[in-house]
Ligand binder design. Structure first.
Ligand code: SAH
Ligand code: SF4
Length: 346
């Protein structure tokens, strides 16, 4: 039975025109699904009753099911959504002044195995479909009773390893008759896959880019990010430059503070050299510990001291905000949840 939610607008148009219906039926239905969050064709009152009944019999509208929601004192809410095949992903709702950001997952698990990342421990189960990504934003908004204003791809998975579906999800997120998010309010975070960064550079809309750097020293970076061996920093920087040239958007360098590992003078010097090459700001994230991960969490003062040492030398802005939601995310260690540091750009 066809899932109407799995069809983007052009596919929905084909679906209706093949049935001899006018093209704009697709627009009506798309609005019901993505603007109003309805899953019941019988409620789509601007459609003829006969058509509603046929749709109710012959089609369905899937919805992610929230299995769990945990609210932090600071307003951050973590959701665990069940997919139709029983897999689970995490999403986070992050309110901040006039913004409401949803941090979405792009894969069930991740194949890349970064040594500081709890998702990496899971391995990859499967890629998410575009509508499963977009539905995280819709369901979180429905449950919170407010519209999301921003989306960051910083949940589970490496979005650029699922580029086709992520690209489709970006288009769906931006549709005016759907969630209507502006490109500049969407940030894709990547561990660095040069040819896919170039795809994002060619993408016609100005989606923001965050690059998970974590060490500007190639040899060190390889020890925590296995993929770095395949894609060395100079190649990634070339691709980041292409992105910058195409969109004139500053890049966020995500930098997890791993005390004693990537916070020494040589680490700062390497960061400074890199910062001179690329219009970028650094966003420092204190490592979020997990029993199975081989690093210790920094004391707040340690991270603050590192940030001020870095600020003295780095040619562009360095941001650091206290982690959000740690009271509820503590034990599970899902990094997704570190997105408090959702990209803020100069
Ligand atoms: N795969 C993509 C996006 C998902 S990870 C990427 O790696 O960029 C989202 C962010 O959470 C990344 O910046 C990642 O480095 C960070 N992260 C992962 N594990 C973390 C941990 N234990 N503590 C703090 N941040 C973490
Ligand atoms: Fe995958 Fe990103 Fe975690 Fe690395 S940090 S394992 S790329 S989700």
């Amino acid at each position: 039975m066809v899932d109407l939610k799995a069809l983007d607008l052009p596919e929905l148009e084909t679906f209706f025109t093949r049935r001899g219906e006018p093209r704009w039926r697709a627009h009506q239905v798309y609005r019901w699904i993505w603007q109003k969050g309805s899953t019941d064709p019988l409620a789509w009152t601007d459609l003829p009753r006969i058509l509603r009944e046929r749709l109710a019999e012959e089609t369905r509208v899937s919805a992610l099911r929230a299995e769990h929601a945990a609210a932090s004192r600071d307003g951050t809410v973590k959701f665990i959504f069940a997919l139709e095949d029983g897999h689970r992903v995490e999403s986070v709702w992050i309110p901040d002044r006039d913004r409401r950001t949803v941090c979405v997952s792009s894969q069930v698990g991740c194949a890349l195995g970064c040594t500081f990342c709890a998702t990496g421990l899971l391995g990859l189960s499967r890629n998410l479909k575009a509508h499963e990504i977009v539905d995280q934003v819709l369901q979180a908004s429905l449950l919170m009773g407010e519209r999301a204003t921003n989306v960051v791809f910083m949940g589970m998975g490496e979005p650029l390893q699922n580029w086709e579906e992520v690209k489709k999800a970006l288009v769906m997120l931006m549709r005016h008759i759907g969630l209507n998010l502006g490109a500049r309010r969407i940030t894709v975070s990547t561990v660095g896959i040069p040819h896919r960064i170039r795809e994002l550079a060619r993408f016609p809309r100005q989606v923001r880019l965050a690059f998970s750097l974590h060490s500007a020293i190639q040899e060190k970076r390889e020890t925590i990010i296995p993929l770095a061996r395949r894609f060395p920093l100079p190649e990634i920087l070339d691709a980041l430059w292409d992105y910058y040239e195409a969109h004139r958007r500053w890049i966020t360098l995500e930098y997890i503070h791993l005390p004693g590992f990537n916070d020494g003078p040589e680490d700062i010097e390497a960061l400074v050299r890199l910062g001179r090459k690329i219009p970028s700001k650094v966003n420092v994230i204190p490592f979020n510990p997990h029993p199975e991960l081989p690093f210790r969490a920094p004391e707040m003062e340690e991270t603050e001291a590192f940030v001020s040492r870095l600020r003295r030398r780095f040619p562009h802005p360095v941001t650091f905000r206290r982690p959000r939601g740690r009271d509820v995310f503590g034990a599970c260690g899902q990094l997704a949840l570190m997105v408090q540091q959702e990209a803020r750009h100069p």
